[in-house]
Design a protein around this ligand. Structure first.
Ligand code: SER
Length: 326
């Protein structure tokens, strides 16, 4: 255990933050991980500080109080939700990032993690095996904020030597937490509906293939990137990582192996437009070559684990109902 490291997680209640906080506590010890979000979620155990990340003074106060050495900045408004109020989404996503970068620079934070997304890509990028250095012309305000954020991350590295590291996450699928406001989130909801034996209404068309990744792979990727020696991090905007690509029809076929009666209806809405501009598959060779990235979960393995874990959760009544699907 590295006793020197004290981690602050901003956005610890979210889909990723909640799982990452648990893993970081296992790695660095309960006393060395400070979870933070707008409010404390019920039943959270461990150190928690209320932080509104648009308030730079509050972030700095917590950093100084706990002698924080690493920040994981996971708070953001996602692609679909962000379209409801574009200017507010831009303000929140950028303000919180600037605050984290500035506090980190001014307080000599060792390492910062900033998640980016496949949402940075748009029509100018090839849809298949999208390369790391493809042209970025995102069409959602979330994507624009992530593309800008990547450039700011690189700027803070080049200008101030701040060790900011970033991954472009595909759609994240996990049983531990619920996502909120994303375009890829149908791929979590679909498993909940299957286990609850409900019909699923899908907001994407059946053949909409998107890059996805299982939570275990995401957490491992994030920690591997953060642990890699500094000289191996040669991309300071953000790294593509791939997991598995599939469409709603493919996930349903997989679910039906376990629940043959599972029903789905397709009711595409504005999220179809967003998805149609995103890559179908991702070239992650830079991440593989630079710091050894390799995904482990394919669609079959994801489906088996999602269903097993969700059945368990619904039986014991431990599903987190605090976060609602968009
Ligand atoms: N999962 C995210 C979304 O759909 C993409 O980063 O918004």
């Amino acid at each position: 255990m590295d006793v020197e490291t004290v981690v602050l997680v901003i956005g610890a209640n979210g889909q990723l933050g909640s799982v990452l906080t648990t893993t970081l506590k296992e790695k660095f010890g309960n006393d060395n991980v400070i979870a933070s979000d707008l409010r404390k979620s019920k039943g959270f155990k461990g150190i928690f500080e209320v932080i509104d990340a648009t308030d730079i003074n509050r972030i700095e106060e917590v950093v100084l109080q706990y002698k924080v050495t690493q920040i994981y900045h996971l708070a953001a408004i996602l692609s679909a939700k962000g379209e409801e109020n574009p200017i507010q989404t831009w303000d929140i996503n950028m303000k919180t990032l600037f605050n984290v970068l500035e506090v980190s620079r001014l307080n000599n934070i060792d390492k910062v993690f900033f998640p980016s997304s496949i949402a940075v890509f748009g029509e100018g990028a090839p849809l298949d095996d999208t390369p790391n250095n493809a042209y970025l012309d995102p069409a959602t305000v979330y994507g624009i904020s992530k593309a800008a954020g990547e450039n700011w991350a690189q700027y803070y590295f080049l200008r101030y030597g701040l060790d900011v590291r970033s991954i472009r996450y595909p759609g994240v699928i996990g049983y531990q937490s619920l996502p909120g406001g994303g375009t890829t989130d149908y791929a979590v909801d679909v498993y909940h509906k299957a286990v609850l034996k409900k019909e699923f209404s899908c907001f994407l068309k059946e053949d909409t293939t998107l890059p996805m990744i299982f939570m275990d792979d995401v957490i491992r990727a994030t920690l591997e990137l953060m642990e890699a020696p500094k000289e191996q991090i040669k991309i300071r905007t953000s790294y593509n990582i791939a997991g598995i690509s599939f469409s709603p029809a493919e996930v349903v076929a997989e679910i039906r192996k376990l629940y043959p009666d599972f029903e789905i209806k397709y009711n595409p809405d504005f999220r179809q437009e967003i998805a149609s501009r995103w890559p179908k598959s991702i070239d992650d060779s830079a991440a593989t070559n630079h710091w050894g990235w390799k995904p482990e979960f394919d669609l079959e393995a994801i489906t088996i684990k999602m269903i097993e874990k969700l059945e368990e959760k619904y039986k014991t009544g431990s599903t987190n109902k605090e976060v609602l699907l968009f």
